[in-house]
Design a binder for this molecule. Structure first.
Ligand code: SF4
Length: 188
């Protein structure tokens, strides 16, 4: 199913309580056929206002890291585990993530990414391993059904803990190399 159709089906979603506090749903944006998918935790205040993912301060840091890694933002797809802003930017509850994963699953099926980057603890636990600790697993590749997945720090965490930027940059170099490899295989 085309991604646009998936998004149209869910734009008025009220399946969990998070819909009550949202201004706008943030389904994600980017290339609907990208081999590279970034998944964050949930929209913040700026994202909720604009209806777009990663547009606040954390988003600007993500943009800088993508740009340094020479990965054009418009070539990839960026979304979150939950599509509505949790009150006060709290971490989404497990049942909210579980409920919202239905939309993410449909996005996966439509986009068919080859590489997934999970930004921070919540998406890493929701997608890769419920027991994963981001400080232990970041920078490692995991593979499921031919899709390679790499957890790294959430840019909001890096704003609070700039010392983590060096490790995050190592991760972004891994992501860039894997992305270039996938793109080259797709061309051949
Ligand atoms: S967070 Fe997800 S499941 Fe909950 S209301 Fe928003 S779109 Fe629906």
């Amino acid at each position: 199913m085309e991604l646009e159709v998936v998004h149209r089906r869910h734009q008025d979603c009220t399946r969990c309580a998070l819909h009550k506090g949202r201004s706008r749903i943030v389904l994600g944006e980017g290339n609907p056929h990208s081999p590279l998918l970034f998944v964050g935790e949930g929209p913040g205040a700026d994202e909720d206002r604009q209806g777009r993912p990663f547009v606040g301060k954390a988003g600007q840091l993500l943009d800088r890291m993508l740009s340094a890694a020479e990965i054009p933002r418009e070539e990839i797809f960026i979304t979150n585990i939950v599509k509505c802003r949790p009150p006060g930017n709290r971490t989404p509850h497990e049942e909210e993530m579980e409920t919202c994963k239905r939309i993410l699953r449909e996005q996966f099926v439509s986009i068919q990414p080859r590489l997934i980057v999970t930004l921070g603890s919540a998406p890493t636990r929701a997608i890769i391993d419920p027991k994963a600790r981001i400080t232990r697993v970041r920078g490692q590749w995991f593979e499921r059904k031919g899709v390679r997945m790499l957890p790294t720090f959430h840019p909001a965490y890096l704003l609070r803990n700039p010392a983590g930027k060096r490790e995050a940059w190592e991760d972004f170099k891994r992501i860039r190399n894997a992305y270039l490899e996938v793109m080259s295989n797709m061309r051949n």
